[in-house]
Design a binder for this molecule. Structure first.
Ligand SMILES: [Mn+2]
Length: 654
């Protein structure tokens, strides 16, 4: 770049060509963005620029760097001739400021480069240490963004904007991901006993499926790279990328280019499948399975990193028992600074709403006192490996599940009921980004609820009602479309699967049966139907009357033991519900753990019929409402005056 051009009026833009880097390859030779611009951008900057270009359709990367008050050429008549013959002179201050800006920018880039190169050579330092950035303190542009709560203190304003923009799109720190090496080294989180294990030499081969929608390119690249690095070459048959119709298009050509590069090293290793419309997690996994050809198929998210020795323990279990579906332990990659947190190996469980959750392994596993041993699990969280043919025989995944949620629980239940089993294998570790928000749809709850009801209809028999109760919808006529279930019901019959009661008895005994429930939902007094009984402030044990919002703190349950549970009922025996108690004196009702209340013989039994009074069986006093000092109605216990109550939904009429 020639000197002096900067002061020429033809040069209205910051000259990125002064970037102090050697020539870099063009990552996007076919992108129109780079046809006349960006020749000497670093690879990271090219990726970012291309990503932003595909989102916005113009060079948002450059826009972020230009001064907000940049001077435009005067395009009025004869202006060009004028401008060209007498370039506008910058004032001395403008020149100095621009120079300072440029120096500042260069220092930033250098600092990032130093950090990045330092980090490549040191395995302890896994993350760029932006705190060593030699800049004065910069204002925080997004004090309320969770991205910056524990990260990015000294980022420049431009970088903050870019990082926040990418974070809003992806739900994780794609800005940082773009800077980290694709083959970064992760800490080994395995139990030391895992390192001593010997696996058979003739393990089955594996197809690895990575499913994604709107995933950052560098995240997918790192997943692919980590799988290649950490899976024995003779076992890894293929990697199948399933794109569930991503709309951010930086995954097209750039990803193809990356695949081409991989294929120079490992021909034909990667297959790419793209849905023409968004079909959901379940169908994405099915598509991956359909394209797989190895003995075993591992179905992973694309925001993961495989770690050393991840595959062998899974393959060894499947070799020993083709009907076992296995999950690795997912260590948590934090969405903000992308560091890895070791997770304790746990069973994959769920509640009656069919939300998944972790639970400790059963007593048999604990007795072994060996954290390298596989443990039985009621379900899978979504990342698993299975014998490819066995998975097909038991019906793959339910293609009638939409968008997100429930499909993993469905698989777990079906595997157990139809002749297989599920295990978590602690010696296999996959690092998995827990996103701050998910990219599928604005309201995940609705998708999840619909899928949960579908699973309940097909698999839960008489316990189906518990899923309705957990979602607080009526047992009849809820009006939610769960799709056609006839094929899946036929499958259940064909495979001769066991009843759900067997699963409760043998696989998942810690789930409560909820067999004693009579009514559920919000509890309202006929005097004031706009207010609901509410569990009140937490911590605290005073229930209150509060404007109805129909959320969990206002759910109440009446059961055949004459108890009134207030606050969302617990699905598991190891969790405690709180029961309404008449303390016997005063007018303030209280909440106590039901078991303790029973043991201490508190007044927790109530006579209640729908639309009638709620009367304590021991004290004979009633739950009622009355205006308090403020004039607002309050929840009290007093001598019965004939007030009546209605609970939202009935299990049976009472
Ligand atoms: Mn995930």
């Amino acid at each position: 770049m020639k000197d002096g051009q900067k002061s020429s009026s033809n040069q209205l833009f910051p000259d990125v060509k002064e970037n102090p880097k050697p020539t870099v390859p063009k990552l996007y030779p076919d992108s129109s963005l780079f046809a006349n611009w960006g020749d000497d951008l670093s690879e990271e900057d090219q990726k970012m620029a291309q990503g932003l270009f595909e989102i916005y359709g113009y060079n948002a990367f450059l826009s972020n760097q230009l001064p907000l008050d940049r001077k435009l050429p005067d395009t009025r008549d004869r202006s060009w001739a004028q401008v060209q013959s007498s370039p506008k002179r910058l004032t001395h201050d403008e020149v100095v400021n621009r120079k300072l800006d440029r120096i500042d920018e260069t220092l930033n880039k250098l600092a990032l480069l130093f950090v990045a190169s330092g980090q490549k050579s040191s395995s302890n330092e896994l993350f760029p240490n932006v705190k060593e950035n030699p800049k004065p303190t910069v204002p925080k542009l997004y004090p309320d963004s969770s991205l910056f709560a524990n990260w990015g203190d000294d980022l420049s304003e431009e970088d903050q904007k870019m990082a926040q923009g990418l974070f809003e799109i992806y739900g994780y720190n794609a800005f940082l991901s773009n800077q980290l090496p694709l083959d970064r080294k992760l800490p080994d989180t395995r139990d030391s006993r895992c390192l001593k294990k010997k696996y058979p030499g003739n393990l089955p081969t594996i197809s690895v499926v990575l499913i994604y929608i709107n995933e950052a390119l560098s995240i997918i690249q790192r997943a692919v790279r980590s799988i290649i690095t950490h899976t024995p070459k003779h076992l890894l048959k293929e990697i199948i990328l399933v794109d569930d119709c991503s709309t951010y298009n930086d995954l097209g050509k750039p990803l193809e280019d990356y695949i081409d590069r991989i294929h120079k090293e490992r021909p034909e290793l990667i297959k790419k499948v793209r849905h023409k419309r968004q079909m959901g997690l379940s169908q994405s996994r099915i598509s991956g399975w359909e394209h797989a050809t190895a003995d075993v198929v591992a179905i992973l998210d694309a925001h993961v990193e495989a770690t050393e020795g991840w595959a062998e323990p899974l393959l060894a279990r499947i070799k020993a028992d083709r009907a076992v579906v296995v999950s690795p332990v997912f260590d948590k990659v934090h969405f903000d600074d992308l560091h890895v947190e070791q997770y304790i190996a746990s069973a994959h469980a769920f509640d009656w709403a069919l939300w998944c959750m972790y639970e400790s392994f059963n007593a048999d596993w604990l007795k072994m006192d060996d954290e390298s041993q596989p443990g039985k699990s009621p379900s899978v969280m979504g990342i698993f490996a299975a014998d490819r043919r066995f998975l097909g025989e038991i019906g793959g995944l339910d293609g009638g599940m939409t968008v997100y949620g429930g499909e993993n629980v469905e698989l777990g239940i079906r595997v157990w009921l139809c002749g297989g089993s599920v295990e978590v294998v602690p010696c296999s570790r996959i690092a998995h980004i827990e996103r701050a928000h998910k990219p599928y749809v604005p309201d995940l709850n609705a998708a999840m609820r619909r899928n949960a009801l579908r699973v309940a209809e097909i698999w839960l028999d008489e316990f189906q009602k518990n899923t309705f109760i957990a979602w607080n919808i009526p047992l009849k006529d809820h009006g939610i479309d769960i799709g056609d279930v006839s094929e899946r019901k036929k499958l259940r019959e064909k495979l001769n699967c066991k009843p759900f009661q067997w699963y409760l008895d043998n696989v998942y005994p810690s789930l409560e049966s909820w067999n004693n429930l009579l009514g559920y939902g919000v509890l309202t007094n006929t005097l004031l139907k706009s207010s609901c009984v509410d569990q009140g402030p937490v911590p605290g044990n005073i229930p209150v009357l509060y404007e109805c919002h129909f959320q969990e703190p206002q759910y109440c349950y009446y059961n055949t033991d004459d108890e009134i549970i207030i606050g969302l009922i617990k699905s598991h025996k190891y969790n405690k519900n709180r029961c309404l108690v008449d303390p016997g004196t005063g007018s303030i009702p209280t909440l106590h753990q039901c078991e303790l209340a029973k043991k201490n013989q508190l007044n927790l039994h109530w006579d209640f019929r729908q639309g009638r009074a709620i009367r304590n069986k021991k004290t004979n006093r009633c739950l009622e409402i009355a205006p308090g000092e403020s004039g607002e109605y309050e929840l009290i216990i007093q001598k019965c005056s004939g007030q009546r109550w209605t609970i939202e939904h009935l299990v049976t009429s009472f």
